[in-house]
Ligand binder design. Structure first.
Ligand code: 6XA
Ligand code: ZN
Length: 346
């Protein structure tokens, strides 16, 4: 299958993040994408192609125009105000403060357009995020043109980003942008399966009241795991979207028996919705060696994920989300895609 990749991801490079109250080296690094690319090339997964330029229109079908403008300008404003390094939010409105933004202060806007401290905006963040979304759109078009599958090597990732906010290393919701694009190019029903360790709160929120995009996620239970505030099993959709959202939270420490049982439930439910295309938010932070996550999948399990997905026999767009064990990330992603492409030979 084709691999859509842009070196522009390297422009987004935060050096540090706050984790467990400590300033530590950032987990979401350019090396992740480079490791995946070289593993996919060594494994002969397919041709590497650059993204096409879709401009801003498909981004603005999902994201708020004020948010998109803010992302484009934030780092320039940060620097112009005499600050160095990455722009980082530090104040958010509480429940009894107005949600309408009245302040023009950069710090007010940083808080307004984010939900955590984990989305630093560097000089190259916008360019990288836009290229990442264009990778997703290009992969969607490759599948729409008749190929059975494509892989978008998206970086930065996207599934935590909502209509007008960033969070969890995510700025633009690549999966949602690709899903909306498929919908507007003729696919009546699209399913998104999110297999990242973390619940894709942004993707869920974007389609929560819609019947045309089904969202299913297998993730660490938000009772103890990030993003905490969304991803519980009783969130099943609202209004027209009632019954079109499936959360399968699993306890910390879950391994392949529990995880693959949840995968089978998700796949059965997706099949019952009869979508015309599948988008896989592919995080491999379910790996036992992941430094920030707590499931116990081993490298040998990732090809089996690909095999299970192939059994759906749907046109499939894979998009990269999380995974931070850089030494293993490439073989784990190659495992999923290899298992999908050659289900009998794994
Ligand atoms: C909080 C943890 C961010 C999780 C990022 C991720 N700093 N999401 O992998 O899928
Ligand atoms: Zn994750």
């Amino acid at each position: 299958m084709k691999i859509v990749y842009s070196p522009r991801h390297r422009a987004h490079h935060a050096r540090q993040e706050i984790n467990r109250g400590e300033l530590v080296p950032a987990h979401e690094t350019p090396e992740r994408a480079e490791a995946i690319l070289s593993a996919l090339q060594s494994a002969g997964v397919g041709l590497v192609v650059p993204p096409e330029d879709f401009g801003l229109d498909p981004i603005l079908r999902v994201h708020d125009a004020g948010y998109v403008s803010f992302l484009q300008e934030a780092h320039v404003r940060w620097t112009a105000s005499g600050r160095s390094g990455a722009a980082i939010p530090m104040a958010w409105p509480a429940r009894d403060m107005p949600r309408v933004l009245r302040s023009t202060a950069l710090d007010a806007q940083l808080g307004h357009y984010s939900f955590d401290i984990g989305t630093p905006i560097t000089a190259g963040t916008w360019d990288a995020a836009l290229a990442s979304a264009h990778c997703a759109l290009t992969a969607a078009d490759i599948v729409r043109s008749g190929e059975p599958a494509a892989f978008a090597l998206c970086r930065p990732p996207g599934h935590h980003a909502g209509h007008d906010y960033s969070g969890g290393y995510c700025y633009l919701n690549n999966a949602a942008i690709a899903a909306q694009h498929l919908r507007e190019s003729g696919q009546e029903r699209v399913a998104i399966l999110d297999v990242d360790y973390h619940h894709g709160n942004g993707t869920q929120a974007l389609f929560y009241n819609r019947a045309d995009v089904f969202y299913a996620s297998i993730h660490g239970d938000p009772a103890s795991e990030y993003p905490y505030y969304l991803g519980h099993a009783d969130e099943t959709g609202r209004d027209a979207g009632a019954g079109h959202n499936l959360n399968l939270p699993l306890p910390v420490g879950s391994g392949w028996p529990e995880w693959s049982a949840a995968l089978d439930t998700a796949l059965d439910t997706i099949a019952a919705h009869a979508p015309q295309a599948l988008i896989v938010s592919l995080g491999v932070d379910t790996f036992a060696g992941d430094p920030i996550s707590k499931f116990r999948l081993e490298t040998a399990h990732f090809p089996q994920i690909g095999q299970h997905l192939a059994a759906l026999e749907l046109p499939t767009v894979f998009l990269m989300e999380g995974g931070y064990a850089v030494a293993a990330i490439g073989r784990n992603v190659a495992g999923v895609l290899g298992g999908f492409q050659q289900p009998d030979r794994q």
